[in-house]
Design a protein around this ligand. Structure first.
Ligand code: ZN
Length: 283
């Protein structure tokens, strides 16, 4: 069987000691059964009022109704906690294993499934945060704490008890703890979301794989443009064409690969493993 073009391009990149970046979004997690929460699955009812995710995931709402925002996030955390990494996650973890320092993962997903699959946290930029971490709403320090396990897996509709509320108090200053996620009315920064690190890694990237995202948010778009401007190759791996597809086709050797990540990425990993074995240029 003839080797597909994309596989030849990947072999050439690895032979030339290229740097690989993977950028992932909700599509990768959807294959583990996690809804995007940007659509109707993310609607939340308080009394007779139905709130949209774009209202719930805001500092403005947290300041007004912190318990309701927490209840919504704890419901999401419970769903994510039950989910397991799928073959797409495992293939991306395998890429890190073979490429090591030549690999960076940028993810918009807050479910922690990439870390669970084995991607090391130092090369995984969770640019929208992580549902299983909390931090002080008053920013008295930039410490991240794990979400207390007692709060994972509770009933969706039960209001927070006083004891549960106590678990969500900053141990340092006594203010409330908040979910460690980027809200719609907040901006990216380096300390929590690796903003500058993401763009610096993009500038050094020779091959960008965009997987399961159509690039609705600002930083993923900047990452793709930075790779493009520095002459890198872009593969857009998504079930449907999207704004990244055209960008990919304009990059040198770039492609739009119409596929589900869980089906395609294991093949792509095999090509990488074979290329590194034959050239013995890992690391
Ligand atoms: Zn504090």
């Amino acid at each position: 069987m003839r080797t597909p073009d994309w596989a030849v391009t990947i072999q050439q990149h690895l032979d030339r000691q290229g740097r690989v970046m993977v950028l992932t979004g909700a599509g990768v997690s959807a294959e583990s059964g996690i809804p995007t929460f940007r659509g109707p699955e993310g609607y939340w009812t308080v009394g007779s009022q139905v709130y949209h995710p774009q209202e719930m995931a805001t500092m403005a709402m947290f300041q007004r109704r912190p318990d309701d925002v927490w209840q919504w996030y704890l419901y999401r955390a419970a769903l994510c906690h039950r989910a397991k990494p799928n073959p797409g996650h495992h293939a991306i973890a395998g890429m890190d294993t073979v490429l090591k320092k030549r690999f960076t993962l940028i993810t918009q997903n807050v479910d922690g499934l990439h870390l669970q699959a084995g991607n090391p946290v130092q090369r995984t930029y969770q640019i929208h945060g992580n549902l299983f971490q909390v931090r002080c709403v008053a920013d008295c320090s930039s410490d991240l704490h794990p979400l207390p396990p007692a709060l994972i897996g509770r009933d969706k509709d039960r209001p927070l008890s006083p004891a549960e509320r106590d678990l969500l108090i900053c141990p340092r200053c006594g203010e409330r703890l908040r979910p460690h996620v980027l809200w719609f009315d907040e901006a990216y920064n380096e300390i929590y979301f690796r903003f500058r690190s993401s763009l610096a890694a993009a500038a050094a990237t020779t091959l960008l794989l965009i997987v399961g995202t159509s690039g609705a948010t600002n930083l993923p778009q900047q990452v793709a443009w930075t790779v493009m401007q520095n002459g890198g190759t872009i593969y857009d791996i998504n079930p449907e064409p999207n704004p990244f597809s055209r960008l990919a086709l304009r990059s040198p050797g770039g492609q739009f690969i119409q596929a589900q990540s869980g089906r395609f990425l294991p093949d792509l990993l095999t090509v990488m493993q074979d290329a590194l074995k034959s050239s013995n240029k890992g690391g």
